[in-house]
Design a protein. Structure first.
Lengths: 340, 602
C-alpha cells in the first residue's frame, strides 16, 4: 500500500474538499466531477479519501464487500455462509482507481480465467465494480475514457447493481458506489447527458496567491522527502475531520428539511431554468449533508447557498460555447433570491 | 567542472548540465526538442553514460499498444502453461530506470494519460485481460520531440510532468564534444542528493518566479526545487545556494513561461515580493518567513532575472506579442489528434467467428470461451486430445471470438476563413458568429472542428482538429483580420488537412468562406490575375482529395468568381449575399450528412 498525501494537508481547494465530504456523508448525492487545470491537486484530493474516511465493516472474506448489518442485501455467497452467523472485519473504505486502458471484463467482472483453464471450473471473478461497492470509484481523465465504459459505469452507478451476462455466466451483485471523475476541459468536453449524471461539479483553478502556492510546494516537498513522518504529523487533524464526518453521518437522518427550504430550492432551480428534477434533489441532499457536517439541526439558506454552484452549474440549459458563464449565472440567481 | 557558476552559457553547456541533473535524479524528466541526428544521439549517449550501467533503459515506440505499455496476458506462455501468465509492459520493465519516448510530439492524449497515471502513481495498475496487477514503475522520462512547427508539441500531460524542456536545435555537432562532468561525479552527487537541504527562501523565490512567469501548474516550482537540489548535489554541496535556485529557474521555469514578467506582473507579487528593498514593504504575514523578510528580495530577484533571461527567443517574441499570439502557448490542449485509430472504433461486443475473415482474433474472449470445455475435451486420463501438446489448451474453431467494432464515421469540419482586409471589414464578425453556432452543433454531435485562416502572405492552421469547444472559441475570438488575400494558400492548407483527416479514417467536411477574390499567388507574389488562376488550380486539387466541400460566398453581391471556384472544387455553392450568423449556420446545418454520404459512395 503506497502512502498517500493526507486530505487535511491539502492547501485551499475548499470546493473539492467540500464536494468530496458531502459525497462521503451522503452517497446518494451522486457522483462528483472535478474539472480543472493541470497540477491543481485534483487527483491528490481524491486519492486521499481512503485514508480520511472511517473504516467500514464487511463480511470477512466476501468478494463483494457485503455489509454484515444489512442481512437482506447479502450476496449469495454470504447468504450460504450465514447459517452459523457472520464474521466481519474492518477494512478501509475502497477508493478504487479505474486505470485508463482497463478492459471491460475487468470492470464488470468475468469468467475466472485461471480457474477455468487450470481446473475447468466455471467461476465468476468480480471486477472493479464489485471492489468499489460501498466506496468510491475514481476515474482520472474521465473525458479520455472510452464512451462505452463511461456509459456502463453511469448505468451501474445509477442502478446500484451490476448485472453480468457473459460467457454463460449470469451474475448480479450490488455495486453501490460514488463515481468520482477528474478531467481537464482542454482535453475535450463531456457530453451534456453525462455531465447531468454527476451530482456535483467542481471547477478548480490553481491558486494565484503566492503564499498559498509556496505552502503547497512546501508541503508537497516535505511529503515527498519523508512521507511517513509527514502523514504522522497530520494524523491528528485527519482524525478530527474523520470524527466530524462520522458525526455528520449519524446526524444526517435527523436534519430537518422545512417546507420553506424546499420552496427556496425549487425557486432557485426555476430561476435558473435547470432541466429535470435531478438538480433540485441534489441541491437538497447536498445542503442537508453540509448542515449535518456543520452540526445544524435544519437546512438553512446558507447551506443552500454554499452548495448551489456545485449542484447546479452543470445543469443550466446553456450555450455550450459560453465557457465562463454558468458559475456566474448561479451566483447571480442565488444573490437575487437570497439577497447579497 | 564548475557547474555552479550562474551565468547562462552556450546551449550545449546547458544541455549537458540538464543531462547531469537528470542522471542525478532520474525522476526529473526531460523533453528534448531536436530532430533526429548526431547532436541528439550525442546527448542521449551522454545521459546514458552518466547513469549506472545496471539501470534499465527502454525505448517506447510511438504506437505502442496498451498491451506493450501496460502489460497484459502473455498469450503464448498462457497457452503453453495452461494457466494465465502475465506479461510485464515496457513501463514496468523500466522501473528504476529511464523510458525514452520516441516522437513524443505525435503521441496521442490517450497514451499520454497512461504515462501520466503511471508517473503519478509510481506503479502500473493493470486491469486488463482478466488480470489485476500492481507493479512498481518508477522511472524517468526522456521525451524526444521532433516537432517542426509550433503546433507539434508533446501532449501537455507529458510536458507538465517533465522538469526540463531543452532545445538542441541550434547546436552544431562540433560543439558537442566537451562534457562538464563525468559518471563518477554524478554517482557521488546521487549519493549526496538525499542529504541536500533547501532554505524556505528558495521555495519562496521559485514559487514567485513561476507565478511571475504565468506558470499555473504547481508541478513546475516543485520540479524547479528538485532541480535546484540536484544542482547543489552536483556541486558537492548539501545546501541549495542562490546560484542553484537561479540555475533551476533558468532550466525549468523559463521554457514554460506564458507571460513576460515585466509587463504583466501580478499586482501582489509586484508590490510585496518583487521590488528590492522598499522601506514600507514589511510583510503582513511574517509567520512563514520570520527572519527572511529582507534577504528574500535579492534572492527572488536573482531567480526571476535568471529565468527571464533564459526565456527562449521564439517564445519571448510570442509573449511580447500579447494574448492573441499566446493562444498556442505550450499549455493549450490538443484533444483532436487521432484519438482512435480506425481498427479501434467502439467495441460493441464480441461475436462467434468460426472463420476469421480478416478480423483480429480476440484472444482473451476466445480463451474464455474455450476454458469451460477443457475437461470435456481431454481424454479420460487427463491428456489433451491427439495432436495437441500434452499441457496445451484445446481450442476448437467454435471458440473463436472476434471483437466487433462499430466505427462511427466521425466528421471533422474544417472551416477555412478568409481573414484578409477585404473580407474582414464587413464579413469577419458574421463569419465568426456563424462558426460559433456551427461549433455548438458540432459539439452536440461530438464532431471535431478545425479552423484555417488565410490572410497576409499565407494560410495558418489556427486550430488543429479538436473537440474542445473552449479552445475553438478562444482561437476564433483571437483571430486577427486584415492584409492581403492568399486564397490559393488557404485552399491548399484545407486540402492538406482534409487529406490527413481522410487518412485517419474520418470524413472531412471543408467549409470555405470567401468572396472568391484573391490577390496573392501561391508563391507569395502579389497580383490579382495570377492569384486567381492559382486559386482555381488549388480548387481542382482540393477536388482530388474527395472531401465534401461547401463554398460560402461572402461577397456583398454574389459574383461569378466564387461560383466558378465552387464548380472547380466540386463544392456546393451557397451564395449568401445578406447573410447573418444564424442564416449562415442554418444553411450549412444538415449538410455534414453530405460528408458521410460521399464517403460511403466511394
Amino acid at each position: 500500500m503506497t502512502i498517500v498525501f493526507p486530505f487535511t494537508a491539502i492547501v485551499g481547494q475548499d470546493e473539492i474538499k467540500l464536494a468530496l465530504m458531502v459525497a462521503a456523508i451522503d452517497p446518494t448525492v451522486g457522483g462528483v466531477l472535478i474539472f480543472g487545470d493541470r497540477g491543481s491537486g485534483k487527483s491528490t484530493a481524491v486519492r486521499a479519501l481512503a485514508a480520511l474516511l472511517p473504516k467500514m465493516r464487511v463480511v470477512a472474506g466476501c468478494r463483494y464487500g457485503c455489509d454484515p448489518a444489512d442481512i437482506n442485501a447479502l450476496c449469495t455467497d454470504c447468504r450460504a455462509k450465514t447459517k452459523g452467523g457472520v464474521k466481519s472485519t474492518l477494512v478501509p473504505v475502497p477508493v478504487v482507481d479505474l486505470p485508463l486502458g482497463a478492459t471491460e471484463d475487468r470492470v464488470v467482472g468475468a469468467l475466472d480465467l485461471e480457474r477455468a483453464l487450470a481446473h475447468g471450473v466455471k467461476a465468476f471473478e468480480p471486477g472493479l465494480l464489485a471492489r468499489a461497492h460501498r466506496g468510491f470509484l475514481y476515474i482520472d481523465e474521465v473525458n479520455l475514457l472510452e464512451d462505452h465504459l463511461v456509459d456502463l459505469l453511469l448505468d451501474v452507478a445509477a442502478s446500484g447493481e451490476n448485472v453480468v451476462e457473459r460467457e454463460g455466466l449470469s451474475v448480479r451483485h450490488a455495486a453501490r458506489f460514488v463515481l468520482i471523475g477528474t478531467g481537464n476541459p482542454e482535453e475535450g468536453d463531456l457530453r451534456p447527458q453525462l455531465l447531468d449524471r454527476f451530482g456535483l461539479l467542481v471547477e478548480v483553478r490553481t491558486s494565484n496567491d503566492l503564499q498559498t502556492r509556496v505552502e503547497v510546494v512546501r508541503r508537497r516537498d516535505a511529503f515527498e522527502r519523508d512521507p511517513v513522518s509527514f502523514v504522522a504529523n497530520w494524523e491528528k487533524q485527519t482524525a478530527r475531520l474523520r470524527r466530524r464526518i462520522v458525526a455528520a453521518r449519524e446526524r444526517l437522518p435527523t436534519v430537518a428539511l422545512e417546507q420553506i427550504t424546499l420552496e427556496r430550492a425549487a425557486k432557485l432551480c426555476i430561476a435558473l431554468g435547470t432541466d429535470g428534477l435531478r438538480g433540485e434533489l441534489t441541491l437538497i441532499r447536498a445542503a442537508r449533508a453540509v448542515a449535518a457536517l456543520e452540526q445544524h439541526s435544519a437546512v438553512s439558506d446558507s447551506h443552500l447557498r454554499l452548495v448551489a454552484p456545485l449542484a447546479l452549474r452543470h445543469r443550466l440549459r446553456r450555450n455550450p460555447l459560453d465557457d465562463a458563464g454558468s458559475s456566474a449565472r448561479v451566483e447571480r440567481a442565488v444573490t437575487e433570491l437570497f439577497g447579497p | 567542472m564548475n557547474q555552479g557558476s550562474p551565468a547562462p552559457k552556450s546551449p550545449w553547456t546547458d544541455a549537458t548540465l540538464v543531462a547531469c541533473v537528470v542522471a542525478v535524479d532520474p525522476t526529473c524528466g526531460v523533453v528534448v526538442k531536436a530532430s533526429a541526428g548526431p547532436v541528439r544521439d550525442q546527448w542521449l549517449i551522454l545521459v546514458r553514460g552518466l547513469l549506472p550501467r545496471t539501470m534499465p533503459w527502454r525505448r517506447v515506440p510511438l504506437h505502442a499498444t496498451d498491451a506493450q505499455l501496460l502489460g497484459g496476458l502473455d498469450f503464448a506462455a498462457t497457452l503453453a502453461a495452461g494457466r494465465p501468465i502475465a506479461e510485464r509492459g515496457l513501463m514496468a520493465e523500466a522501473d528504476g530506470g529511464m523510458l525514452v519516448l520516441a516522437m513524443a510530439e505525435r503521441m496521442t492524449g490517450l497514451a499520454a494519460a497512461r504515462f501520466a497515471a503511471v508517473l503519478d502513481h509510481g506503479a502500473v495498475v493493470l486491469e486488463r485481460d482478466g488480470l489485476t496487477l500492481r507493479t512498481p514503475a518508477r522511472f524517468g522520462v526522456i521525451a524526444l520531440d521532433e516537432g517542426a512547427g509550433g503546433e507539434e508539441r508533446p501532449p501537455p500531460a507529458v510536458l507538465d510532468r517533465t522538469a526540463f524542456h531543452i532545445d538542441l536545435g541550434g547546436i552544431a555537432f562540433k560543439d558537442t564534444s566537451d562534457h562538464s562532468c563525468d559518471a563518477g561525479e554524478v554517482a557521488a552527487a546521487r549519493a549526496l542528493l538525499q542529504h541536500v537541504r533547501h532554505s524556505a527562501e528558495s521555495v519562496d523565490a521559485l514559487c514567485a518566479a513561476a507565478l511571475a512567469l504565468g506558470i499555473g501548474s504547481l508541478r513546475a516550482p516543485l520540479f524547479a526545487l528538485r532541480a535546484a537540489r540536484g544542482l547543489a548535489a552536483l556541486a558537492g554541496r548539501i545546501e541549495v545556494v542562490p546560484d542553484d535556485a537561479a540555475a533551476a529557474a533558468r532550466l525549468v521555469l523559463a521554457p514554460r513561461a506564458t507571460v513576460f514578467p515585466l509587463s504583466e506582473r501580478p499586482p501582489q507579487v509586484a508590490s510585496e515580493d518583487k521590488l528590492p528593498p522598499d522601506p514600507h514593504g514589511s510583510k503582513t504575514d511574517d509567520a512563514n518567513q520570520d527572519a527572511a523578510s529582507e534577504s528574500t528580495h535579492p534572492l527572488n530577484d536573482i531567480v526571476l532575472t535568471a529565468a527571464q533571461a533564459a526565456i527562449p527567443a521564439a517564445l519571448l517574441a510570442q509573449l511580447q506579442l500579447g494574448p492573441a499570439a499566446r493562444l498556442r502557448a505550450p499549455s493549450a490542449g490538443r484533444s483532436g489528434a487521432a484519438r482512435s485509430s480506425p481498427q479501434h472504433g467502439r467495441p460493441v461486443g464480441v461475436r462467434n467467428a468460426a472463420r476469421l475473415d480478416g478480423n483480429r482474433l480476440n484472444i482473451i474472449e476466445t480463451l474464455r470461451a474455450a476454458a469451460p470445455w477443457q475437461r470435456l475435451r481431454r481424454d479420460p486420463d487427463g491428456r489433451a486430445p491427439s495432436g495437441d501438446l500434452k499441457s496445451g489448451i484445446a481450442i476448437r474453431c467454435q471458440d473463436f471470438r472476434v471483437t466487433r467494432f462499430k466505427q462511427r464515421a466521425q466528421t471533422t469540419s474544417i472551416f477555412v476563413v478568409d481573414a484578409s482586409g477585404s473580407a474582414a471589414l464587413h464579413r469577419l464578425a458574421e463569419v465568426k458568429g456563424a462558426v460559433e453556432l456551427l461549433l455548438a452543433e458540432c459539439y452536440v454531435r461530438r464532431d471535431q472542428v478545425a479552423l484555417v485562416a488565410f490572410r497576409g502572405r499565407g494560410a495558418e492552421l489556427v486550430l488543429p482538429p479538436t473537440r474542445s469547444l473552449v479552445r475553438a472559441k478562444r482561437s476564433l475570438a483571437g483571430l486577427p483580420g486584415g492584409g492581403a488575400t492568399p486564397l490559393a494558400a488557404g485552399i491548399d492548407a484545407a486540402a492538406r488537412l482534409a487529406d490527413a483527416i481522410r487518412r485517419k479514417g474520418q470524413s472531412p467536411l471543408v467549409i470555405l468562406m470567401t468572396d472568391g477574390r484573391a490577390n496573392i499567388a501561391r508563391n507569395g507574389d502579389p497580383g490579382r490575375a495570377r492569384a486567381e488562376a492559382d486559386a482555381v488550380l488549388s480548387a481542382q486539387q482540393l477536388r482530388m482529395v474527395g472531401a465534401a466541400t461547401i463554398l460560402v460566398d461572402t461577397s456583398p453581391q454574389p459574383t461569378s468568381l466564387a461560383a466558378r471556384l465552387a464548380g472547380e472544387m466540386g463544392a456546393r455553392y451557397l451564395p449568401l449575399p445578406h447573410v447573418d450568423a444564424v442564416g449562415l449556420s442554418n444553411a450549412i446545418l444538415g449538410l455534414p450528412a453530405l460528408a458521410s454520404r460521399e464517403l460511403s459512395a466511394r
